[in-house]
Design a binder for this molecule. Sequence first.
Ligand code: ADP
Length: 292
Amino acid sequence: MISNTFRIHLEKSLTNANLLEGSILSINPVSGGSVNQAYEIKSFKKSFFLKVNQQNAFPKMFDKEVLGLNLLRQSSSIAVPKELFKGNFEQQAFLVLEFIKPSEPSKKYWEKFGEGLAELHRNSALNFGLGYDNYNGSLNQVNDYKSDWDSFFIENRLMEQQRQARDKGRLDKEFSDLLELLYPKLNSFFPKESPALLHGDLWSGNYLTKEGMPSFMDPAVYYGHREVDIAMTLLFGGFDKKMYEAYHANFPLEKGWEKRVDILNLYPLMVHVNLFGASYAQRVKSILKYYS
Ligand code: ADP
């Protein structure tokens, strides 16, 4: 809950930043978040979206989120909520974003989603990575630059999650052996492509509908292989068919992309092992066994 003193602090901060006219009418929890507490701040004229966490629990988490949102915004592909205010209050860090009022998807929603995602992926960089770490959920995401995707994926994604799983006691010998067997097989497994700006955590909980059109949220951006985002959309069942059709029409995927989905999804699945427990290890192991 938001204390009265915090509410007063928010009211002052938003008023001084010329964002709020009048007073805050209410601050109500919004469900669905996995890491932070989320709220809708209502005022007479409009609402704001507020995220709060313990200042020292996840250092610079909101700074990284804003950097990611800015990179997505600059790509002029799919809308993202505007950053309005960032601060600290009584050991809590907070971020105020534009509130996206839920709306019905328009008829062209999925087509626009596919076109926008393709447009996002046209944003390229010299290397894979980002030059600074950010977060995937509450986990540190390593983004050290690499000039080739194979090394980036093996070292910064799989080996890094393997290390974290080992530290947490969630990696048994079989799991570890299967991973070690996989690594050499990944050399030249992926078609060579330029690094593409990714959302980085594109599951169905990380987009919203703003005035009928898609809006991204909660990104874990970096420059990576664009099949990462496509694979992630398929991790829990898949998005509307029209999204994939529009994507292909705008930026065709290399042949055989379907066969690379499971390998790419080893990363989010291992993130799940590290965030939510060893119960996800079975799905990881069955993919690894298939490829061993
Ligand atoms: P967390 O970082 O804890 O995962 P989220 O950013 O996912 O939190 O936000 C929690 C919930 O709040 C989401 O499931 C979504 O429904 C809603 N939400 C996120 N951003 C906005 C926004 N800008 N406007 C309105 N609702 C939002």
